[in-house]
Each structure stands twice: as structure tokens, then as C-alpha cells.
Design a binder for this molecule. Structure first.
Ligand code: GLC
Length: 598
């Protein structure tokens, strides 16, 4: 065979490369054009959500508890952040066993928070400013003080009996189900009056509603319609994957749990037989009638099951949030005790990259590092020491605002608020910490160890009052706050941060604007993880057409270098948490760099 000359070989090679790259580019151009996500743009995909814990935002009547008038009075501040949607934790009437996640009347406002008139004013003031309101919807369970439950428990023949799940005692002890909040750990509570047990996945003050009863579903849809007609812009749905139950209540052995549900009760709870049927029904009867958004608290959902909730073709919900990220770094078989070595960044990167992949073409994801069920983001994922608190909290905010998926940003994180780290169980208000403490005590466990763990992981760390200024009680209340205020209020507060151009607050505002001004890339653009085994740096690109950004995040308190393999000679810095930042893959401690690539 005639030998190929160097020249002809290079011509062939040239053609081969051109053909494959053409093929590739038509393929990627095609897939970019045709994915549901690049075509189907929505306001809630482009939005930044700001979550307010109403109990701790602003008190106006001196009872030490935040209220709706307080929220209304601070809307200009919220608007100044540049965010679009406010999600409020439950504000309905509630005896507050679980701070509003136990609702006694879905059509009334919690008395500590104000009146329906205060609500109407708040909503209209939000809308005047172009802010949307998302309400919490807690319908897996109600309060035991809800009229439905009072009726239901009163006799076996009451018309409301089937609004909840009852197990007559003559059938013996019901098959074990765990509950999240009670000392005894069982989700069945015996009720003497009718000699029956009722089901509660959380506390016994939060009985689970029986969704298998069509009347219950109709009541809930009617209630949702009433709120949407009032003008609210959507719902965040509390533990919504748990609503449907196999009412034969089969025995679930450890073996079944392990083999079928990966050893996770959450996954079992999220596998109810009619779950998706009910969500489709809810969509048809409620959500489809309005231009609103819906978000599932994706408890028990996995990479495999999440799409079923948010695939537009299925007509269920819009977005979901998972727990894989926030569960990292805990020791196995212990209640929220951090591994002394912390979490591994490589695992963190894998979780967020795997989840990004799920919604690459259709459906839509979310991104968050803090909320009312989590400790403060900077303590848990960054570094809350004096030296690194501000810089690391800005780095984490950079992550949240440059990923694909709608960011859910928790109030106070823009200030870099950190965990309060109570020493004494008496300072805690959260049913979860208090009952886990009792469980530990009953078992003769190590209470000191438990409390040390809670300094990092307890939910109350994220629930302390918002820090407005350096005055007594941080400008939150003139009374005695319902939970202690963090002592760092003198330094970490809105007034001092508004006056400091380098503050986490001012940096957050810049990040929001960066996302808004670059929606094609930062909202809709594709995501690619680089340098995946780097233990210190999280590096990724976001790309849309010819526009590309490289995000470099040093998650450690030491200098670290990224090896992205990219040519940065024409790159420019769009934003960084260091004022002396330059284009470089060598990063200062907790440095965040957002680069435009040419
Ligand atoms: C959800 C809420 C949490 C609450 C629980 C029970 O996980 O986010 O705060 O305690 O449901 O309603």
C-alpha cells in the first residue's frame, strides 16, 4: 500500500476532525435548541428566592415574636437585595408545637403574626414592589388542634374519622413506623378515647391527613384555590412526597427497608401508591389555573425519582429540593453529629453535579445551603471564625448564585449570620432538638456530646432573630425575643454592612445583579464540573452559545490551585470576594472568582 505522505495524512486528519467537530457542534446546537429548558423560559427559573422565617424577621408589637406588619415594614430592604420572590414559613393559625408546621386553621393567620388584614396589606405592598409571595403549604399533616382532628378523634363513627389514619387497638399494635420528633420514636400514638392509634410522621401533635380520602383532597384543593385567588404566587410544599400511604400498613422489616428503600424510611414514606396521581389531580384542580410556582420539599426523593415530580409533561410540580447536599458530613447512625473531619469537597461536588445532570434537559432544579431546617450556611459549609467568616460566606453565596437551578437564599445569610451555638438545652426552642435531647437522656447517652453536636447542626441556629442594627435586641424587638439573639449582632447587622462596600451584604447584591445580567449563561447555561478530584477547589463552567464563565471556589482556609486545563490568557474577572483578585488558578483562602472566558 502506498505510504501516506505527511501532507495527505494531515489533510485526512483535518477532515476527520472537522467532520467530527461539525457533527458534535450540530448535535450540541441541536440539543441546546431543543431541550425543554432552553426553550421553556419561566419567571420562576430566572428568579432568586429569599426565604423569611417570619417569627424572627421583625417584631412590631413588642411581644418578642416577628409579625406580618414587621415584614411589610422591611420590604424596601428585601427589594434592595434584588431578589424576586419571598417564601414565608407557615403563617397560618397554629399552636406552634413545631413553629407553624402544625396548622389548626388553614384560613386564618397565626395570632402572634397578626390578622388577615395585615396579610392583605403585606401582599399588596409586596406586589407594588414587584415582589412575589410563596406560601408554605403544610398538608401532609395538620395540628391535633385542627377542628378536623378534634372531630376525627371524638368517635369512630364521626364523619371526619377518615380524615386521618386510625388503627383500632383490637387489631393489635400497628406495624412500626418511625416519627421524627417524639421521644418514643414511634409514629403511632395511642388515643384512649376511641381505643385506637393514629399516625403521625412528625410529632403526635401533627397527625397525618388521610389523602386516600377524596374528601380530604377536595378540602385541600379548595383551600389552595382560596389562597391563590387572594393573589399569592405559589407554594412551597412541606414533605409533599409523604402524602400517599399504603393504608394496609404492611410490616416493613429491616431487610425490606434495606433492599427496597436503601435503608431509608424517608424513601419508603416517599413511595406511596397514589402520590403522583394526587399531584396530577392537584395540578389539574388548582395549580394549572394560575401562573404560579410550586416547589416540593423533596424529602425521601432520589436522583432517580425526582424527575417524576417536575417533568413538565407529567403536569405535577415545577421544582423540588433534595437533601443529598445538606446531609453530607454527618457521622452514620447518629443524630446529626458532624464527622470531626468535616465534609469532603469531592463528595459535595459530586452531589451537586449529579443533581445538575438530572435537570439538564427538562424539569428544573434548585440550589440552597441554608433554610429553617438547617444551621447557618457559613458555620456548616464555610468557616465562622473571625478571620474567615465574611470571606467564606461570600464564597458560598457565589456558589449559590452561579449554579443552574433556582437559588433559595435564606434570610440573614446575606449578612454572613452564623450559628449561635447554645451551651444549654434551656436555650433551645425547637421540638427536634428538645426531643432528641430527651431521647438521648432516656437512653443514658452522652448529653454533652449531643449538645456539642447541636452547636453545628441544630435548626435553631438558623432561626435566631435577624440582625438589623447594633442596638439592644438588634432592632428586632423592643420586648424579650422568643429565642436569644446572636451576640455578634454588633458587627453583623444591616446598618453596618450597608455602610461597608466590602460587606457580605453588598457582595450578595452584586451577585444577584450578575445573575440577572447574565441569564443566558448563569440561569439557563450548561454546567460542567472541572478538576473533579481537587480536594480544595470547586471549579465549573457555565456556557451558553459563545458565552462562557469559569467559576473557581476555594472551599478551604489555605491557598489552593485549580487545574482546569483551560487557557485563561484572555479571561477577565467579573466578580470576586477579594478586592485584589486577578485571573489565576491559584486561589487565596476561600477565594471565589467568576471569570469571563473568551
Ligand atoms: C418540613 C419542615 C420542617 C418541619 C417538618 C414537619 O421538613 O421544613 O420545619 O418540622 O416538615 O412539618
Amino acid at each position: 500500500m502506498k505510504k501516506l505522505t505527511w501532507f495527505s495524512a494531515s489533510i485526512i486528519l483535518f477532515f476527520l476532525i472537522t467532520i467530527t467537530s461539525c457533527k458534535k457542534s450540530t448535535k450540541s446546537a441541536k440539543s441546546q435548541k431543543t431541550t425543554e429548558n432552553t426553550v421553556n423560559k419561566k419567571w420562576w427559573k430566572e428568579a432568586v428566592v429569599y426565604q423569611i422565617y417570619p417569627r424572627s424577621f421583625q417584631d412590631t408589637d413588642g411581644d418578642g415574636i416577628g409579625d406580618l406588619k414587621g415584614i411589610t415594614s422591611r420590604l424596601d430592604y428585601v427589594k434592595s437585595l434584588g431578589v424576586d420572590i419571598i417564601w414565608l414559613n407557615p403563617i397560618y393559625a397554629s399552636p406552634n408545637a413545631d413553629n407553624g408546621y402544625d396548622i389548626s386553621n388553614y384560613d386564618a393567620i397565626m395570632k402572634e403574626f397578626g390578622t388577615m388584614k395585615d396579610f392583605d396589606t403585606m401582599l399588596s405592598e409586596m406586589h407594588k414592589r414587584g415582589l412575589k409571595l410563596v406560601m408554605d403549604l403544610v398538608v401532609n399533616h395538620s395540628s391535633d388542634q385542627h377542628e378536623w382532628f378534634k372531630q376525627s378523634r371524638s368517635s369512630r363513627t364521626n364523619p371526619y374519622r377518615n380524615y386521618y389514619h386510625w388503627w383500632p387497638a383490637e387489631k393489635g399494635t400497628p406495624p412500626f413506623r418511625p416519627c421524627a420528633f417524639d421521644e418514643d420514636g414511634s409514629a403511632w400514638k395511642y388515643d384512649k378515647l376511641t381505643n385506637s392509634y393514629y399516625l403521625h410522621y412528625f410529632s403526635y401533635k401533627q397527625p397525618d391527613l388521610n389523602w386516600e380520602n377524596p374528601k380530604v383532597r377536595q378540602e385541600i384543593y379548595a383551600m389552595m384555590n382560596r389562597w391563590l385567588k387572594k393573589g399569592v404566587d405559589g407554594f412551597r410544599m412541606d414533605v409533599i412526597p409523604f402524602i400517599s400511604k399504603d393504608t394496609t400498613f404492611p410490616v416493613i422489616t429491616k431487610k425490606i427497608l434495606k433492599e427496597k428503600f436503601n435503608g431509608s424510611w424517608g424513601q419508603y414514606f416517599a413511595s406511596g401508591p397514589h402520590l403522583h396521581e394526587y399531584l396530577q389531580e392537584m395540578n389539574k384542580e388548582v395549580l394549572s389555573k394560575y401562573d404560579v410556582m410550586s416547589l416540593a420539599e423533596g424529602a425521601g426523593t432520589t436522583l432517580k425519582t425526582a424527575m417524576d415530580f417536575v417533568d413538565p409533561a407529567r403536569h405535577e410540580l415545577d421544582m423540588s429540593y433534595h437533601f443529598d447536599g445538606v446531609s453530607l458530613g454527618y457521622l452514620p447512625n447518629q443524630f446529626k453529629q458532624m464527622d470531626p473531619n468535616g465534609y469532603k469537597l469531592t463528595e459535595f461536588k459530586k452531589v451537586y453535579s449529579d443533581w445538575d445532570k438530572v435537570f439538564e434537559k427538562k424539569g428544573w432544579g434548585t440550589i440552597y445551603l441554608g433554610n429553617h431546617d438547617q444551621p447557618r450556611m457559613v458555620t456548616r459549609w464555610g468557616n465562622d471564625s473571625e478571620e474567615f467568616r465574611a470571606i467564606s460566606s461570600k464564597m458560598l453565596s457565589t456558589f449559590l448564585l452561579t449554579m443552574r437551578g433556582t437559588p433559595y437564599y435564606y434570610f440573614g445569610d446575606e449578612l454572613g449570620m452564623s450559628n449561635i451555638k447554645f451551651n444549654d438545652i434551656k436555650d433551645y426552642r425547637d421540638i427536634e432538638t428538645i426531643s432528641m435531647y430527651k431521647r438521648t437522656e432516656d437512653k443514658g447517652g452522652d448529653l454533652h456530646y449531643f449538645l456539642e453536636g447541636q452547636k453545628i447542626s441544630a435548626r435553631d441556629n438558623g432561626r435566631t432573630p435577624f440582625q438589623w442594627d447594633a442596638s439592644e435586641n438588634a432592632g428586632f424587638t423592643t420586648g424579650i425575643p422568643w429565642i436569644k439573639i446572636n451576640k455578634n449582632e454588633n458587627e453583623i447587622n444591616v446598618v453596618s454592612e450597608e455602610n461597608n462596600p466590602d460587606s457580605p451584604l453588598n457582595y450578595f447584591k452584586k451577585l444577584v445583579q450578575l445573575r440577572k445580567n447574565n441569564k443566558d449563561v448563569l440561569v439557563y447555561g450548561s454546567y460542567k464540573l472541572l478538576d473533579k478530584n481537587n480536594p480544595n477547589v470547586y471549579a465549573y463552567t457555565r456556557t451558553s452559545g459563545n458565552q462562557k464563565m469559569l467559576i473557581l471556589l476555594n472551599f478551604k482556609a489555605i491557598e489552593a490551585t485549580a487545574n482546569t486545563g483551560l487557557d485563561l490568557s484572555n479571561a477577565t474577572v467579573l466578580l470576586s470576594n477579594y478586592s485584589n483578585a486577578k485571573v489565576s488558578q491559584k486561589l487565596q483562602p476561600y477565594e471565589a472568582l467568576v471569570l469571563a472566558l473568551k
